[in-house]
Design a protein around this ligand. Structure first.
Ligand code: C2E
Ligand code: CA
Ligand code: CA
Length: 236
């Protein structure tokens, strides 16, 4: 815990970026920023090993801000290089409870002298359902700042699409558990197909994560899924 606190100040965190491919054009349309910790003694550590701790202790607040700052900086650099990519950053359920969250983001965007153009935030379906009223308020605030919103790990959180359709969300990310199983398990394939159709009917686009092979990629294309992300395309 002590190490994590100083890791944020000492810039021991790094972002790895995983591409999202548009299945119609087969071009990379953006990336997701995924945080790692270059620990001086333990080597490269993955978020599953420290995000939970950060959430329990409140360190998730500075951590999220570090990630946002770094992601926006990288977005600006790519833009200077002529790369018009979108950038997605993950937010935690704890960020929802922070009433000043939109203000803090606005400050970061201001001080980095860059606009939020192309900036997405991903929030899990479970986090939204933990406090739907709060989520509605926060997501509206972020939407008003032209930040685009995506529902992460969709299919695991027992929400109703009727409810989600009222949120200012543009994209649904199908949880990788369904995507990874869809070739072997008919139920998973049916679920993926249903999510794609339902999302399109309420005007949202759909991305599948956890695409690990060519057959899954081709099947998603056939089903009309809009985008794909996964090891088959590239590791983060
Ligand atoms: P996530 O947001 O669902 O991110 C996707 C995870 O799936 C990433 O793991 C990614 O490396 C992995 N993945 C990508 N493609 C494939 C694939 O084809 N197959 C399989 N099996 N896995 C794939 P990672 O980077 O270890 O991140 C784990 C989780 O940690 C993320 O899940 C997210 O919930 C959290 N996380 C990562 N970075 C941040 C961050 O900056 N802030 C917050 N709050 N959470 C973060
Ligand atoms: Ca995510
Ligand atoms: Ca996910």
């Amino acid at each position: 815990l002590g190490d994590l606190r100083s890791a944020i100040d000492l810039d021991e965190l790094v972002l790895h970026y995983q591409p999202k491919v548009d299945l119609r054009t087969e071009k990379i349309k953006g990336v997701e920023a995924l945080v790692r910790w270059k620990h001086p003694a333990h080597g490269l550590m993955y978020p599953d090993e420290f995000i939970g701790l950060a959430e329990q202790t409140g360190l998730i607040r500075p951590l999220t801000m570090w990630v946002l700052k770094e992601a926006i900086r990288q977005l600006g650099r790519w833009r200077l290089d002529g790369l018009g990519l979108d950038m997605a950053v993950n937010m935690s359920v704890r960020n929802l409870q922070d009433a000043q969250f939109p203000e803090r983001i606005a400050k970061i965007i201001e001080t980095s002298a860059q606009s939020a153009r192309g900036l997405w935030m991903e929030i899990t379906e479970t986090a939204i359902m933990a406090d739907p009223a709060r989520a509605q308020e926060l997501l509206s605030g972020l939407n008003a700042m032209n930040i685009m919103l995506s529902i992460d790990d969709f299919g695991t959180g027992y929400s109703s699409l009727a409810y989600l359709s009222q949120l200012p969300v543009r994209e649904i990310k199908i949880d990788k558990s369904f995507v990874r199983g869809m070739l072997k398990n008919d139920n998973d394939a049916v679920i993926v197909r249903s999510i794609v159709d339902l999302a399109h009917n309420i005007g949202m686009s759909v991305i599948a994560e956890g695409v690990e092979n060519r057959d899954t990629y081709e099947l998603l294309k056939q089903l009309g899924c809009d985008a794909a992300q996964g090891f088959y395309i590239s590791r983060p």
